[in-house]
Ligand binder design. Structure first.
Ligand code: SF4
Length: 190
């Protein structure tokens, strides 16, 4: 982790720019390697993440690790963050204004990670980062390009835990992701 990223996290730990800062147990800033050619972005911390201070722990995190293993990657090779760094109460979706308040932190993370590819985990992150009217059921697995970065969205691991019928489509999305990562990044040479 770069010194710049550590300094950014330390500043973020003092953030109270939206109401979520007052109810969090721990800041869930992000985890992994920066810079990295691949960045994953989910919506926000859940209960376990809030307690442990790390994104994607618990059953959804285990499934995310399995998804990464399927394409030959480990979480330590990439960078993982969320659209909001503090847990929305009762695991509700982050509100538009909360994501807007938190966006400068995410933008700074993206600047430091310098990813070639960003994978949005779920509808909320895709709506924030790819386009407002993103339809996850129709548009997961498709490529989008913005400012020289390629984006893809896949179903959120929590959705895959709730509905196993979505898994085959997600496996196909991950195979497509692996194909492009192999072709356009050095992740498999590490
Ligand atoms: S969610 Fe983001 S903007 Fe809101 S208090 Fe936490 S770090 Fe600050």
């Amino acid at each position: 982790m770069s010194e710049e990223m550590k300094a950014l996290e330390a500043r973020c730990a003092l953030c109270g720019n939206c109401p979520l800062g007052a109810t969090r147990t721990r800041l869930v800033f992000g985890v992994g390697t920066a810079p990295s050619e691949l960045m994953l972005i989910g919506e926000g911390p859940g209960e376990q993440e809030d307690l442990q201070g790390e994104p994607f722990v618990g059953p959804a995190g285990k499934l995310l690790d399995d998804m990464l293993e399927m394409i030959g990657l480990k979480r330590s090779q990439i960078y993982i963050a969320n659209t909001v760094k503090c847990r929305p109460p009762m695991n509700r979706d982050p509100a538009e204004e909360e994501m807007t308040a938190c966006r400068p932190w995410l933008d700074e993370q993206i600047r430091l990670v310098r990813p070639k590819i960003i994978v949005c985990l779920g509808r909320i992150a895709a709506g924030e980062l790819i386009k407002k009217d993103f339809r996850i059921t129709r548009e997961h697995g498709q490529w989008f390009e913005k400012d020289g970065v390629r984006y893809m969205a896949v179903y959120h691991p929590s959705a895959l835990l709730r509905d196993v019928s979505k898994r085959p489509e997600t496996f196909a999305d991950l195979r497509e992701l692996r194909r492009v990562l192999r072709r356009d990044t050095t992740l498999y040479e590490q």
